[in-house]
Every structure is written in structure tokens, then in C-alpha cells.
Ligand binder design. Sequence first.
Ligand code: GLY
Length: 375
Amino acid sequence: MEKQRQWVDEAWRKITEKINRTSKKIGANFPHASVHGSYELAEPHWWTAGFWPGQLWLVYRDTKDESLKTIAEQCEEKLDKVITDYYRLDHDMGFMWTLTSIARYKLLGKEDSKRRALLVANLLMGRFNVNGHFIRAWNPWFEDDDNRGYAIIDCAMNLPLLFWATEETEDPRFKAVAMKHADTILEHFIEADGSVHHIVHFDPETGERIEFVGGQGYAPNSAWSRGTAWAIYGLTLAYEHTGQDRYLQAAKKVAHFFISNLPEDFVPHWDFRIPEEVTPYRDSSAGAIAAPGLLLLAEKVPPTEAPIYKKAGENILHSLYEHYGDWENPNEDGLILEGTSHYPEQKYLKNPLIYGDYFFVEGVARLKGYTELFW
Ligand code: GLY
């Protein structure tokens, strides 16, 4: 215990030092992947826009450093123009506004942030396909792209925006939609062995399932590790917000699959089911996302069951800190090396990714005792 306290304190100190330093370079922008040591910036509509301000809020919560707060607030304001950008705004508004507006509302009680998040929750709810009981993921990526019937596992982490909206307003519609989507995850995304599909394609008119699509995983029936991590954390949060045992049981099943497929250093490969000839790059971000999910799961199960999830979460975070963390190098913006963003498109295969950094910081903050959730 003493030993753990030591590395957690040390890691937190290094996190805060590095974020203080990089905040001066990155400012109120939206970093995505670090290439040759510098974070490339993305447009504010890109799904990753919440993770940098989210990190700033996590550190601000502890240090009360006003300069970090100011940058996070500026990022949130910049997102306003995305709210009216109908063609670009997709289901990832959960990620984007949970870590900006909801974080600020929960930490500072700001009404304008609450209003923004409620508006966006309405927009997310509007993507619900009543025929198939799923939240539509994306808008067309190119002319004639028909993805009206696409739902993706990542959306598990967008549901807390809807749960929060019901908790704030006592209007049950948001939560009802989130639960319908969560039930669709249970029915169509999770296999008996606990592996998870990235994309499920439904007929948008009849709601019938048409096919699984590989997406960012190796193949339709492989096991993309980051998708598995989204499922662990998202379903645990669905349980947290609803108390429905079926979400807890599903989270446990997926967690067992994830944990039993971890390599020796506890940091997953980008897909758990790839042929030998495919490069088994690590995806540190998958580990970073799963870790706080596993730590939360450990708190939800009976005490006799908790150690497996707690230990796994701690082992992942410790390994990321020791073996993948970049702490002293002034020429690297990212905190955690070796993320894989999109193997099938060969995009960012061994790079720090802003969501890997965010969830690592959230996990370490949790081990430090900051257990209140933005989600
Ligand atoms: N939500 C997209 C990803 O995990 O890459």
C-alpha cells in the first residue's frame, strides 16, 4: 500500500509538472496525436476535443491553478460554434461536452455550462433510431456514404451525458434513450466470450441487424482492444447511473476477456485477435481507458470480487507510468507513448494520443483519492 502511494504521488507530481509546461505551448486548442514530439491539433468538431480541457480540469481540481482553468474555459467556448454545425456534430458530443461543460458545472456550478450540456444532451438524444433502438454514430463521411444504420461501441461512453441530463432535470427521456442503447450493446455488440464488436450495422428502417463491420479493429469478428475498453468503462457507468445489474454483469464479462488477454506488461495490443503476420502494436490508450473503468468496477462488485478488477486497473496504470510514460523529455508533448489510433487506416500507430493521456490522468487521480466522476 505504502509502495503504491509512493508511485501514485510521484506520477501525479510528474503529470502536473508536464501539463503545466505543455499548457503554455498547446493553449486553448484541441490536440489529438503527438507526432515527433508535438501534438498535432484537430478541428474543434473532432471527437477528441474534450480530452485536453478534461485533463486541465483534472489537474485544476487538485492544484486550483487558474491558468489551467482559463484555458479549459476557452476550449469550452470554442466548442460553441460546433453546436450549430449540423453536418459535423455526431454522437461523440458525449465525450466532448462531458469533459468541458459538465466538468466545469460539477466543479464550479456554472449555469452557462449546465445549459450548454443540456442543449447538447437534447441533440444526442435526437440521434436515437427508434426502429433499431440505437444512437446513430456518424454522419456521412463522403458523398453517398450511407451510415444511417451504424452504431459503434465507443458510444457507451457518450451515454453518461444522457444519464446526467435526467439526473439534472428529472426528465426521464434522456435516461430511457441511454438505457435502450445500452441494451442494444448487450444484445448485439458483446459476444459470449466477452469480446466486443466495433461497429454493428442495422437496417435504419426495420431495425434488423445486418452485419458486423471491422471498423478500427482488424476484422468484423476480431476484438479491437480500445473498443473493449470503451465497453468496460461505459457499461460500468451505465450500472453506476441506473443500478441495473445486467450492465454490471456485462461489464464484468468484458473485463474478464480484456484482463485475460493482456500481455505480461499489462498494456494491450491494438486488437486481441489478429493473425501472426499483423504487427501487434500496443495501444496504450486502450489500457489507459480500461484502467479507471476497472477501478470503478471494483467498487461496484461485492468485496470478494473486487481484487481482480482493482489489481488489473492498478497494474495497467503502473505499467503505463513506468514503461510508457514520457516525463523528463522536453521535446515530447504527450504523456503516454505507444498509442494506436487506427490500424486499418494506418493512422498514428506508435504515438501519444490525447485520450490515452486523459484516461491515464483520470486513473491516477482516482488512485490518489479523487473519485468524483465527470461521467
Ligand atoms: N472513438 C474513436 C476511437 O476510439 O478511436
